[in-house]
Ligand binder design. Sequence first.
Ligand code: A2R
Ligand code: GDD
Length: 318
Amino acid sequence: MRKALIIGAAGFVGSYLIRQLREDGYQVTATKMPHETIPGDGFEACDLDILDRPAIERLLAAVRPDSIFHLAAQSSVYLSWKNPGLTIDVNIKGSVNVMDAVRALDYKPRVLLIGSSEEYGHIAPGETRIAETSAVRPGNIYAATKVCQNMIGRIYVDAYGMEMMSVRAFNHIGPNQSPMFVVADFCKQAAEIEAGLREPVIYVGNLSARRDFTDVRDVVRAYSMLMEKGMPGETYNVGSGHAVEIQEILDKILALAKTEIRVEVDPQKFRPVDVPIVEADTRKLQACTGWERRIPLEQTLEETLDYWRANTVRGKEA
Ligand code: A2R
Ligand code: GDD
């Protein structure tokens, strides 16, 4: 049986990727930080801090994976403004630790590095939809660290012949995402209002931004397909190909809500820089893998709101 190692599996994407890889016939080992847990079963969990390079080497020697999915990151753009040093440590130094530990092996596993659409940064109107060949002009610390990861990955492939691909993931959403991110944030607030836990006001940030949202289950399917078919040294956009205004996301969630909700703009929720539109050109991914989005935005919003309704009620009863 093929062996997959997921590094950084206790976050939002990890559990979905574990499920996908098990369906695709992998034996899965999944790493987490010592303070974290990974829900579910059918995989082996182990602790790993990617800032500890000898620990990565020990783990690789013990597991000897065929495929490595590197998800571990400080993944919040917002937090990267608050804590640039940590973001740089984890996303650059940690990723280089992973690459170096893989390079030291006596065989060449395939590796997928997860980057971000944020790497493109300031996208001019004429550049939409944005292709992998476009210039990267990162506009925040998080984005800059992911550009670095991508560039170093490419350098390592050229220099050492590693079997490593990169993705630039556009916004992915679904149940169980941290409420640091916009869809989970709005759904959580709406669910709390419905449950009578707070006043009927939803606080929002910049509603004019337009982002390319894909259900996380479609995203991890793309990761698994790229692991099979991606070309080393190449970068692939993973997104829906359609940008939606945050205002429209809010309107859809308000329409699903069971109570009247007022909207208030909270200046604290604005970022120092927010790219106006991010929309993926997904032709390279489609040509390589045949991937297509399966889950419509409306379904994801409904399921995310239901998740927060269930969670909020559980919280209230506890
Ligand atoms: O920050 P924590 O305690 O939530 O742990 C995160 C973990 N992580 C680390 N793992 C190993 N060594 C470290 N030094 C380290 N620092 C953080 O990586 C978390 O459990 C995981 C990342 O999960 P999320 O933040 O939920 O990201 P998500 O949405 O699963 O995205 C996966 C990838 C990331 O590379 C994003 O930058 C990209 O997709 O969009
Ligand atoms: N979080 C949040 N909360 N964002 C808001 C809000 C709000 O109340 N109101 C408006 N927004 C806007 C943000 O200003 C941004 O333009 C957009 O909604 C999306 O914000 P997030 O959901 O926080 O995601 P992100 O785009 O900053 O980053 C996510 O997507 C990247 C891929 O493009 C993360 O998942 C990154 O890890 C990922 O790489």
